[in-house]
Design a protein around this ligand. Structure first.
Ligand SMILES: C[S@@+](CC[C@H](N)C(=O)[O-])C[C@H]1O[C@@H](n2cnc3c(N)ncnc32)[C@H](O)[C@@H]1O
Length: 212
């Protein structure tokens, strides 16, 4: 079943108050993933689906005081928890949908998206919207603090070949959405894909031909 926005919002609203307590040891994994995304000092970075803002302090450290850190999320309750934890001190928070970002085209250097992609009803269109707001050559990190098999096991499932985050599927999806996959890692203790924004054509990000 495709995720539906109202259902996604209700799901995370019900979990917001306890979100950080469920995963208390993930901090260093976020810090390491942000280091690999490597947003430039003084640059502008978006945490898409930032939730309670677990990545925001690391993103702020990366871009420094002159940089810009934005955190957007569909679920206001998650952002309230981010503020309650003091993470609004690391970046500007706003309720927004990655389907339609309130940002100018090519205004960002990088996007960090943790645990987001599997909750999107139209991942191709949403990745394309993320590509719109990133400058050509800018970067995207799709991250999860556990790998696909471990995450599926938590939910009593196993992974299947049609999984959106399986390497060939994700590589192809990214290429169709304005991104070139740079690396792919799916270990027990993390999932991390980095991608680079493709050059822009007149209609926006130009999809790659072939396997990229
Ligand atoms: C698994 S949580 C991860 C939260 C945070 N990134 C973290 O790693 O702790 C997924 C988050 O994505 C948000 N989300 C889901 N669909 C979204 C959308 N279309 N636009 C913006 N945020 C969305 C949810 O509200 C939720 O906070």
């Amino acid at each position: 079943m495709k995720p539906d926005r109202a259902r996604v919002r209700a799901f995370f609203a019900a979990r917001a108050a306890h979100w950080d307590r469920r995963f208390p040891d993930d901090g260093p994994r976020y810090t390491a993933a942000v280091a690999e995304l490597a947003p430039p000092e003084g640059g502008a970075v978006l945490d898409a689906g930032c939730g309670t803002g677990r990545a925001l302090p690391a993103l702020r450290s990366a871009v420094g005081p002159r940089g810009t850190v934005l955190g957007i999320d569909l679920t206001p309750e998650m952002l309230e928890q981010a503020s309650r934890a003091g993470r609004h001190g690391s970046g500007h928070l706003a309720v927004a949908d990655v389907a339609r970002l309130p940002l100018r085209s090519a205004s960002l250097d990088a996007v960090f998206a943790a645990g987001l992609i599997s909750h999107l009803p139209d991942p191709g269109a949403n990745l394309r919207e993320l590509a719109r707001v990133v400058r050509p050559g800018g970067r995207l990190a799709l991250f999860h603090p556990v790998g696909r098999a471990a995450l599926a096991a938590r939910k009593g499932r196993t992974i299947t070949a049609d999984d959106l985050r399986a390497e060939p599927n994700l590589r192809e999806l990214l290429a169709r959405s304005g991104w070139r996959m740079l690396c792919y890692e799916d270990r027990d203790d993390r999932f991390l894909t980095l991608a680079a924004r493709l050059p822009t054509g007149p209609e926006g990000p130009r999809p790659a031909r072939g396997g990229g």
